[in-house]
Design a protein around this ligand. Sequence first.
Ligand SMILES: Cc1cc2nc3c(=O)[nH]c(=O)nc-3n(C[C@H](O)[C@H](O)[C@H](O)COP(=O)(O)OP(=O)(O)OC[C@H]3O[C@@H](n4cnc5c(N)ncnc54)[C@H](O)[C@@H]3O)c2cc1C
Length: 397
Amino acid sequence: MSYQSRMLGYDVVIIGAGASGLFCALTAARRGLSVAVFDHNAQTGKKLKVTGGGRCNFGNTHVGPENFLCANPHFCVSALSRFGTLTFKEFLEQNGLSSVEQDHGQLFCREGAVSVAELLDRLCRQAGVHFYMDVRIKNIERTEEFRVTYPGGTVPGRNLVVAAGGLAWPQVGSSCFGYGVAETFGMELVEPRPALTPLNFGPGWQMSTLSGIAVPARVSFGSASFEDALLFTHKGLSGPSILQISNYWQPGKPISINLVPNVSPEEVINKARTTKSQVKTILSRLFPARLAASVVPPEMGAKPVAQLRKEEAAWLVKRLTAWEVTPKELAGYKKAEVTAGGVDTKAISSKTMESLAAPNLYFIGEVMDVTGQLGGYNLHWAWASAFAAGQSFKLPG
Ligand SMILES: Cc1cc2nc3c(=O)[nH]c(=O)nc-3n(C[C@H](O)[C@H](O)[C@H](O)COP(=O)(O)OP(=O)(O)OC[C@H]3O[C@@H](n4cnc5c(N)ncnc54)[C@H](O)[C@@H]3O)c2cc1C
């Protein structure tokens, strides 16, 4: 089949053997289509293997369009509605892997991310998918069909799927290749930027000594608001709540942090007014010692709560519940879990992922301008968009 397919061309040629490329290849091959997958990495699913800290947060018990950022907010509705929240969980179970649900509905694979990647690789090979790994693509052109040229030859394909991902985590082979293909075929880009990333505050970051401290917090920017752990770092802030807000933050503007999302500071202050406690004493009950000492200036920390003037108490409440800080910048692609922006969806069919500008050309996964929140949504999008495309290719003849 290898020789014949190469001569006659494949039904589907996919660029990228990551989460979306593998799932699309499997979906199409199981429908009887001949499929080739190219990747410049030597192994398939390299990024997939490090997801969820090696545990693969492959989905979420609640997935809706509101969990995604896209210049065209309704774009992902169709693909999501045809790939249920538990479809991938069931797929894993049918193939001998199991899952566990954790906070915020996050679904992880019990056997780990490597098992998920290996499963997809094995099933693709069993279904007859041909892999062209460790390959540098020299050129993609289109005559009647697509022709992918690499140092070993030229591979023709009736349909071309760009599943080359975004720029996040270049250490596992991320590249701008997919954006280049899109532009070659007349597609527009929404400017890519790092997302789900820590926030840096520049050289004057006054909290650098708190590096390593984590607290629960509610972090807000505009109408976006997330309650989860916040981590102080040498360069700024990180942790799930900060990664979430990084998707929404706009440079030059402050984020607002509630450091006591589960406590009423007014109540704490009023109770302490009847005691001899100092401000720093009540703070040390709320926070780790190093953080408690940094939340307010030393003069206020030393003041007995009973002696706080009304304005001082109001300032303290605001400091605890609406601390405003302005990040200098997003931490960058090396630390980002995903790339926001990408191939503009206005020229892509939301049902099939096919380009409206170039028939038989498809975009799936992170390369497109669809960015999920933290919690399994990006992998869910990889599966859902891959499935939409994989189901839609016309059968030959
Ligand atoms: C550290 C980390 C942890 C993450 N954890 C989670 C998680 O737990 N849950 C979640 O939902 N999301 C997670 N994500 C995000 C998720 O991994 C991605 O959104 C998802 O992998 C995107 O799938 P994709 O197929 O679009 O791209 P990828 O999985 O990145 O695959 C793209 C493929 O294209 C190949 N490629 C790129 N350029 C070329 C080229 N020039 N030639 C040939 N091949 C090329 C790459 O080598 C790669 O194999 C995480 C991301 C990171 C970095």
